[in-house]
Design a protein around this ligand. Structure first.
Ligand code: ATP
Ligand code: MG
Length: 234
């Protein structure tokens, strides 16, 4: 479904991704694990189109999206839930979702909204509350719902467990699995939280210094302390 071929990207003259090659099959749940600053967010931002490639190719369902703008990639079915969530704190839950619908100009946005209330009752109950009044976990669910408004086929999640209390972390893991299994959404999950990641993904790539350096079952990372120390700094 998604292929990255020797992708290079960064910020101005600062190169961050140094040749990332990755294949993700339809329906997969894949993890990308690595410590602070190795380029995990940069990778997701490059896939979604927030950052230009300096070399390499991104192919999605056979289409070369390497030079295509962010809204075209969204229309093709790629959605990103950014690190730190980035919801609008002063806007109501409803308006946060409306803004997402507006951005993609989907005619069926009202039906999508009804889907979201059904899927996430906590958002329904708080639909008129400001986004900023929600707990960290609820804001994460709002950010997920916002991404789902575009009915993506590929969902990129950037550290969704960060700043979320443990009880809701479990719920988020459950939601992501359900979206994958019931809605057939392919998932790439970036994480530093290994426990959370292994609850969501079966397979992981380890990232270091802008490259994917290992590719292994998530359970193998969980059982290998030396590997965790080297690549996750734990
Ligand atoms: N807007 C930016 N401008 C310049 N450099 C940046 C910018 N954002 C990130 N970087 C640099 O790019 C490198 C990779 O950052 P990135 O955010 O992709 O790492 P990360 O793996 O997501 O880290 P974390 O786990 O802390 O979120 C870091 O050296 C960082 O300082
Ligand atoms: Mg990051």
């Amino acid at each position: 479904m998604l292929e990255l071929d020797d992708v290079h990207a960064g910020y101005g003259r600062t190169a961050v991704l140094h040749g990332v090659t990755l294949t993700v099959g339809a329906g997969e749940r894949l993890g990308v694990l690595g410590r602070n600053g190795v380029g995990k967010s940069t990778l997701l931002r490059t896939i979604v189109g927030q950052l230009p490639l300096t070399a390499g190719r991104i192919v999605f369902d056979g289409r070369d999206l390497s030079r295509r703008p962010i809204h075209v990639r969204a229309r093709e079915g790629i959605a990103y839930v950014p690190q730190g969530r980035q919801i609008f704190p002063a806007l109501s839950v409803l308006d946060n979702l409306r803004v997402a619908a507006y951005a993609t100009r989907r005619a069926d946005w009202k039906a999508r909204l009804e889907d979201m209330w059904r899927e996430f009752p906590v958002l329904d109950r708080k639909r008129h509350d400001p986004g900023g009044s929600l707990s960290g976990g609820q804001q994460q669910i709002l950010a997920l719902a916002r991404a789902l408004m575009t009915q993506p086929r590929l969902l990129l999640l950037d550290e969704p467990s960060e700043g979320v209390q443990p009880s809701i972390v479990d719920e988020i893991a459950e939601i992501v699995r359900r979206l994958n299994e019931e809605r057939d959404i392919t998932v790439i999950l970036v994480e530093q939280n290994l426990d959370f990641a292994t609850r969501v993904v079966a397979h992981a790539h380890l990232m270091d210094k802008g490259q994917l350096v290992r590719d292994l079952p998530a359970a193998d990372v969980l059982s290998d302390r030396a590997l965790q120390h080297e690549y996750l700094g734990v």
